[in-house]
Write a protein that binds this ligand. Structure first.
Ligand code: RRO
Length: 306
């Protein structure tokens, strides 16, 4: 079916998604093969794990702990560095038949711009700037809370690439719309809301924090209402398309995010905790919802709850 006759298709920042489900950064986004499988399993687009200029090994285990209704992770940005990762991006571009979005981070605006340029040159259809990792020093946390720093980064990336620039926002701020508006003012083509929520897990037996890094980021159903509120707030203040992210597991969750103002939904934790078929299941459910409610397209549902 062509995208024109497909009620699930959605256009975000000039990119055509065959359905509004997207693989969130950080889950199975390391290799071309896993990205291919996720797209064949039904995702409308995919986002890779975040990559920076130099390689990082990440934190020692344990890096993930399951808690009620979610996961807390402190991976510590493990990645091979962009020069190593470009081969994987090129391979992914050749086999992934949906938009390929590369998540990038840096320690300065120039680094973000350089990593983004290398990712686009390797074949990425867009970059998602990770300015919101909640527990790695000198990167996401500070930038994602500081509109001036963020604007400098987005502006520099916009000059260095000719493809869409998406900014992934942090919920760990007083006012997410202030940060979202700054990103848009600097040229962001779309926003992703939200990254993980700062969290902690303690083992009562050992009387110690569980993660090696102590603090981590909470994802999964536990943060869905927080993410939904962030999307709702942003939709009231910015005209730029928003991808909702945080706890989406069922088609009902996806519909709630669309109604709040998201044009697409990113799914991460549910892929790990539930199953990779979640994309297909969510898309099918959204399609049935559109028909039942008399909507001709996903676009018609976006922001209806306002
Ligand atoms: O790698 C991580 O520890 C990590 C990242 Br980059 C992020 O953006 N969000 C998160 O919860 N973990």
């Amino acid at each position: 079916m062509g995208l024109k006759n497909n009620p699930l298709s959605i256009c975000i920042a000039g990119l055509e998604f065959r359905n509004p489900t997207v693989l969130a950064s950080g889950i199975l986004g390391y290799t071309a093969e896993s990205l291919r499988r996720i797209v064949e399993g039904g995702a409308g687009a995919v986002v890779t794990k975040s990559v920076g200029l130099a390689s990082r090994t990440g934190y020692e285990n344990p890096t993930v702990v399951q808690v009620s209704c979610g996961l807390i992770n402190a991976m510590g940005l493990p990645n091979p560095g962009i020069d190593e990762f470009v081969e994987e991006i090129s391979r992914a571009k050749a086999v992934v038949k949906s938009p390929l979005i590369v998540s990038v981070f840096g320690y300065s605006a120039d680094e973000y711009a350089l990593v983004a340029r290398k990712a686009i040159e390797a074949g990425a259809d867009a970059v998602e700037l990770n300015v919101s990792c909640p527990h790695v020093e000198n990167t996401g946390q500070e930038i994602g809370q500081n509109p001036k720093l963020l604007m400098d980064i987005v502006s520099k990336v916009k000059v260095s690439v000719q493809k869409p620039v998406i900014v992934k926002l942090s919920p760990n701020v007083t006012n997410i719309t202030e940060i979202g508006k700054a990103a848009v003012q600097a040229g962001a083509d779309a926003l992703t809301a939200i990254n993980t929520v700062k969290a902690l897990a303690i083992n009562a037996e050992t009387a110690l924090p569980i993660l090696s890094n102590v603090r981590g980021g909470l994802s999964g159903p536990a943060i869905k209402p927080v993410a939904l509120r962030c999307v709702y707030d942003l939709y009231e203040q910015v005209k730029t398309p928003i991808m909702g992210c945080g706890g989406i597991t069922t088609w009902q969750d996806a519909v709630e995010f669309l109604l709040a103002g998201a044009s697409a939904v990113q799914i991460g934790t549910a892929v790990g905790l539930k199953d990779p078929d979640v994309f297909q299941a969510v898309s099918r459910g959204v399609k049935t919802y559109l028909k039942k409610k008399g909507y001709k397209s996903v676009q018609e549902v976006v922001g209806v709850a306002h």
